[in-house]
Design a protein. Structure first.
Length: 222
C-alpha cells in the first residue's frame, strides 16, 4: 500500500494577521503545503523555527524585531531550512541585505498569492525565488563589482549565539520596554534581565544595549 509523502512544512512570520491568514490559505490550498507556525515577530519566528524545524521560513522583512535579524539566526541554527522573504519593499538595499542574511528567495507582497506555492516548490528544488524585475538588479550588483558576501554578526563573537530567551529580551528592548517591564512580561527578576542584556551585548560584540537594538532592527551594517 502506497503512502502519500508529508507536505512541506512552512513557518509564516508577519505582523499583519490578515496577511498571515491569506498566505496560509494560499499555501494549504490543495494540501500542497502545511503551515506549522504562524507568528508576528522575529523573536517568535526564531523560537518557532528551532522548535518546529520547518522546511521553509517565510519572513516579512519589516516585522517587529526585523525579518533580516530572524533570517540571520535561523540560517545559522537551521542551515537546511529554506528562507524566503515576503515584503512590500523592492529596494535594492533590502534585497541584497536579505541575500547576505541567507535568504533563498525574495518575493513581493504584490504578487498573486496563487503563485506562491509554485515559488516555494521551486525554492525547495534548489531554485531562487526572485521576481524578474529584481533579477536584473542582482546581476548588476555582480557585474563589475566585487560581491559582498555574508558576514554574520556571530563572526564577531567566535560563534556564540543568542539563546531564545535572549532574543525575547532583545525584542522587548527594541520595543522600548524598561528592565522592570521586561522582567514582568517574561516572569523574571530584574537581575536576570540585566544578566541577559549583558550577555546579548557581549555575544553581539557591541558596546551597549542601544547598539544591540540598532543591530537587531537591521540598521547597523553587516
Amino acid at each position: 500500500m502506497s503512502t502519500k509523502s508529508a507536505s512541506p512544512r512552512v513557518l509564516i512570520a508577519d505582523d499583519h494577521a490578515p496577511s498571515r491568514d491569506d498566505i496560509q490559505r494560499a499555501l494549504e490550498r490543495n494540501q500542497r503545503f502545511s503551515v506549522c507556525a504562524s507568528v508576528a515577530d522575529a523573536a517568535r519566528a526564531i523560537q518557532a523555527a528551532v522548535w518546529e524545524r520547518p522546511d521553509v521560513c517565510l519572513l516579512d522583512i519589516r516585522m517587529p524585531g526585523g525579518g533580516l535579524a530572524a533570517a540571520w539566526e535561523i540560517a545559522a541554527r537551521l542551515p537546511r531550512a529554506k528562507i524566503v522573504m515576503l515584503t512590500v519593499s523592492d529596494d535594492d538595499a533590502d534585497l541584497f541585505a536579505a541575500l547576505r542574511a541567507g535568504a533563498h528567495g525574495y518575493l513581493l507582497k504584490t504578487m498573486n498569492l496563487r503563485r506562491l506555492p509554485d515559488a516555494l516548490e521551486g525554492v525547495l528544488s534548489g531554485e531562487a525565488a526572485i521576481p524578474r524585475t529584481l533579477v536584473a538588479h542582482v546581476l548588476e550588483q555582480f557585474r563589475g563589482h566585487e560581491p559582498r558576501w555574508r558576514q554574520p554578526v556571530a563572526d564577531r563573537s567566535r560563534g556564540q549565539r543568542l539563546t531564545s530567551r535572549e532574543w525575547e529580551v532583545l525584542a522587548l528592548l527594541a520595543e522600548q520596554r524598561s528592565t522592570s517591564e521586561i522582567a514582568l512580561q517574561l516572569m523574571l527578576s530584574t537581575v536576570a534581565v540585566r544578566v541577559h542584556i549583558a550577555a546579548i551585548v557581549r555575544k553581539l560584540g557591541v558596546p551597549d544595549r542601544a547598539a544591540a537594538i540598532d543591530l537587531f532592527r537591521g540598521r547597523a551594517e553587516a
